[in-house]
Design a protein around this ligand. Structure first.
Ligand code: HMG
Ligand code: MG
Length: 301
């Protein structure tokens, strides 16, 4: 008997977006750009650059247009997030060709995050997706509260699958399915991702784990066993949704890369260069870097 492991895994770096969106103090556009350039130097090939959301709701992302204008390149899938038509209008004024839309399975979370019910959001998003696809955009759908909601508790697998089905029918390129508040355990991660893999073989399937209970890496391993070979992660383990109370950062890219590379799985990412990227943003953060890889480098026994 042996583990079921892929030879190669794709990391989708979400540090510049999920990682920074919840930072209290504004991080200058220049620092954000330097962070993004350093992540690319470390080998990141798919990256959430920023989000086009209301600056009243998420002030940190106010410089989205400027970030995009200076950070696009041919070698990377540079993705921007938006939840609505106004955001799409802003994106269409840039040269960015990869858009992530986002919605929660939980109505209550979606109301807190986007000020709409899930159904209202889908009514707005489905024509947006069709328009983007007809113009040749890469479309990623981020599914929040796929396991648990901070307001409604446990989410049924069938509800997550049903919402994913709506996006797959709309012909999105990718589903990024999230444990927004970091409450899933490996058995739940394995179960949901096995069902998603089986139900939607034709779509890129990505797992997005927050590390509130220090189980994110075990969930990555469980999702690997379910056949997932794409993971969202954040350099330094930064992140969290401002409207998901109690949620910690994303699983740290350096911890995921360390684990995968030690298991013989190619990520294409240079760990030392990745830490150089973390060092660029670290002095500007209101939090410390708690990833295991970073801590061991800086405080070895
Ligand atoms: P609202 O207040 O209901 O919106 O907010 P509205 O349509 O009434 O507009 C209010 C104002 O915002 C207007 O401006 C609009 O023009 C403006 P005003 O007339 O007052 O000057 N506006 C915008 N401005 C810029 N870009 C836009 C935009 N839309 C409206 N796109 C809204 C609704 C959706 C705007 C708001 O709730 C919002 O921005 N929410 C975003 C929340 C967010 O960014 N959350 C974090 C990302 S999701 C996440 O982290 C989860 C994920 O990581 C997966 C996981 O872990 O679960 C992806
Ligand atoms: Mg997230």
């Amino acid at each position: 008997m042996s583990l079921q492991l892929p030879k190669k895994v794709t990391i989708i770096e979400v540090g510049p977006r999920d990682g920074l969106q919840n930072e209290k103090n504004f991080i200058s556009t220049a620092v954000k750009k330097e962070f993004i350039f350093a992540l690319k130097k470390a080998g990141i090939k798919e990256l959430e650059l920023t989000s086009f959301v209301s600056p009243k709701w998420v002030p940190q992302m106010i410089d989205a247009a400027e970030i995009v204008s200076d950070c696009l390149d041919e070698q990377t899938r540079n993705i921007v997030l938006t939840p609505n038509q106004k955001g799409i209008e802003r994106v269409s004024m840039t040269d960015c060709k990869a858009v992530a839309v986002f919605v929660g399975v939980s109505n209550t979370f979606n109301k807190h995050n986007i000020n709409k019910t899930t159904t209202e959001s889908m009514k707005e998003l489905l024509p947006i997706i069709s328009g983007l696809k007809s113009k040749g955009y890469f479309v990623r759908a981020c599914i929040s509260t796929a396991f648990y909601c901070p307001y409604e508790g446990k989410i049924l697998e069938e509800d997550t699958l049903a919402l994913c089905r709506e996006f797959v029918d709309a012909e999105v390129d990718e589903l990024s399915v999230a444990d927004t508040i970091g409450m899933a355990v490996p058995s739940e991660a394995f179960s949901l991702f096995s069902k998603l893999k089986q139900a939607f073989p034709g779509v890129l399937l990505t797992a997005h784990f927050h590390d509130t209970r220090k189980l994110a890496l075990t969930n990555v391993f469980a999702a690997l066993q379910a056949g997932v070979d794409r993971f969202d992660s954040s350099a330094g383990g930064l992140g969290g949704c401002p409207f998901a109370p109690g949620a910690a950062g994303n699983v740290a890219t350096e911890d995921v890369v360390y684990m995968l590379e030690r298991m013989g799985i190619d990520t294409g990412i240079d760990l030392e260069k990745l830490i150089e990227a973390v060092e660029i943003v670290k002095p500007h953060l209101s939090r410390s870097i708690e990833s295991t890889y970073y801590q061991l480098q800086h405080h070895p026994n």
